[in-house]
Design a binder for this molecule. Structure first.
Ligand code: KIV
Ligand code: ZN
Length: 513
């Protein structure tokens, strides 16, 4: 039997650390459920000690996830570890992932600790964690840039204390496949008790090699766990992308000889959900999940594929969850059909009141758009008017006028809590006028870093527009997403959604820094 490769997903922890990608508890829960459908082995649900919001999200995920192991990150100190254990209390299977930096640079400049202090701290924290949880992962942060002799001492010591997984992060994405693979191999050969733990790789993508480095860590180094995120989400250039690494191991099983337990048909739905939730759009030419990943435009390729698919295709689109846009529901669909479709999409709303709110939004949408696709439903349940989540700011109505040669004008009605506001403004275009109208009353002072519009379903101007607005205020960066067949309305929704996120002060400490 082939060895199993453990897929450890950290979209909800390392992925969420990406500026603007912060998610609410409900959003994280929805993604965790999709990760379980995808059958990832471990879900890193958050960093419980970093904020109350993260603690609650880890706890909520631990409550509902039954198949995957649920993990929380913790710095190597008793308080963080106890907090992680507390958040994971109800999990069917739990893991505590604790870390401390081991590179000279990080120890001296960031931690201001000596080697001996770091070694001692690592040992004490694993000893403490082992009393609270059986499954303990240890990461020497910036491990790849650490002195190998010192790193071997630390790893040997934490395995003696009971660490069950040893993860070797390339925290800054400095690795080169051959070198990183050999680094893991060297550690495994030199650490005397290396066979007592599962070895794991965790690569960042600063030089665009996170996937290649992770695969080398497996092939050359003998690691049996890969840490990755959906769409490669993550700080700076992101993390190793789950879809790429999983499809590489599966498609080239002849080379890797390893099994992954992933249900690959859930990859595209997971990618869409993460992209729609965070507003981080997937580039069209992204491997596996990009809109063009299976599109053949040139005549020669099209001809080849029609004659024999494998002339130009090494994977089948349907195996990773691509399906032709399917009309799922329309204007005449009833509440039961809608509820069933939610179930088929794995969307669980908290109460009947939430289902009713979602159904009302669906009816409203179906009045304006004849065909409703799965993507429309996903966008619709993410709408704050359905989740009621942190919904301080709500759009009530929007009216705008624009004509060639005239300056556009917008009138917007919105609610802040229970209070209704009416505002109007002119602008360069209808979107500008609408957002200026909102700002004329709110005076949020937020700086807009990004505005982007995307069609939710491709191929027709009938599609809903999905707008992402990234705002920065007081050192925080958030993304708001809004969807509507009218892109001006979608823009106002996205703007208010971003303000809602800025309003929910979920301050957290950084995992690295
Ligand atoms: O990149 C990194 O070093 C991390 C650790 C906290 C595991 O994410
Ligand atoms: Zn990381």
């Amino acid at each position: 039997m082939a060895d199993k490769l453990i897929i450890f997903d950290t979209t909800l922890r390392d992925g969420e650390q990406s500026p603007g990608a912060s998610m609410t508890k409900d959003e994280k829960l929805r993604i965790a459920r999709q990760l379980e459908r995808l059958r990832v082995d471990v879900i890193e649900a958050g960093f419980a000690a970093s904020s109350n919001g993260d603690f609650e999200a880890v706890r909520a995920i631990a409550d509902v996830i039954k198949e995957s192991v649920v993990c929380s990150l913790a710095r190597a100190n008793d308080r963080d570890i106890a907090r992680a254990a507390e958040a994971l209390k109800s999990a069917a299977r739990s893991r505590i992932h604790t870390f401390i930096a081991t590179s000279e640079l990080h120890m001296e400049k960031k931690l201001r600790m000596s080697r001996e202090q770091v070694l001692e701290q690592a040992k004490l924290s694993i000893r403490f964690a082992r009393n609270l949880c059986e499954d303990i992962e240890f990461s020497p942060e910036d491990g790849y840039r650490s002195d190998p002799d010192f790193l071997c001492r630390v790893i040997e010591a934490v395995i003696v204390e009971g660490a069950t997984t040893i993860n070797v992060p390339d925290t800054v994405g400095y690795g080169i496949p051959e070198l990183y693979g050999n680094f893991i191999k060297m550690l495994r050969e030199r650490v005397p008790n290396s066979d007592k733990a599962v070895w794991s790789v965790h690569c960042h993508n600063d030089l665009g090699m996170a996937v290649a480095n992770s695969l080398a860590g497996v092939k050359i180094g003998g690691a049996r766990q890969i840490e990755c995120t959906i769409n490669g989400l993550g700080e700076r250039a992101g993390n190793c992308s789950l879809e790429e690494v999983v499809m590489a191991v599966r498609t080239r099983r002849d080379h890797f000889g390893l099994d992954v337990g992933i249900d690959t048909t859930q990859i595209v739905p997971a990618s869409r959900l993460v992209s729609q939730t965070t507003g981080f759009i997937v580039q069209p030419n992204k491997a596996v999940v990009g809109a063009n990943a299976f599109a053949h435009a040139s005549g020669i390729h099209q001809d080849g594929v029609l004659k024999a698919r494998d002339t130009y295709e090494i994977m089948r689109a349907e195996d990773v969850g691509w399906s032709a846009n399917k009309i799922v529901l329309g204007k005449l669909s009833g509440r039961n059909a809608f509820k069933q479709r939610l179930q088929e999409l794995g969307i669980e709303l908290e109460s009947e009141a939430d289902v009713n709110a979602a159904f009302a939004r669906f009816k409203d949408l179906a009045d304006r758009k004849s065909d409703i696709f799965d993507e429309d439903i996903i966008a619709l349940v993410g709408d704050e008017s359905v989740t009621h989540e942190q919904e301080t700011y709500r759009l009530l109505s929007l009216e705008q006028q624009s004509a060639t040669g005239e300056r556009p004008h917008a009138k917007v009605a919105f609610a802040v809590g229970e209070t209704e506001f009416h505002a109007e403004s002119e602008g360069n275009g209808p979107v500008d006028a609408s957002l200026k109208a909102i700002e004329s009353k709110l005076k949020s002072g937020a700086e807009m870093l990004l505005y982007s519009v995307n069609a939710i379903t491709s191929g027709s101007t009938e599609s809903q527009g999905e707008v992402t607005v990234r705002l920065q205020h007081g050192g925080r960066v958030v993304n708001g997403v809004g969807a509507d067949p009218d892109i001006v309305v979608a823009s106002a929704k996205a703007y208010l959604s971003a303000l809602n996120k800025l309003h929910s002060k979920n301050e957290r400490v950084a995992a690295q820094g």
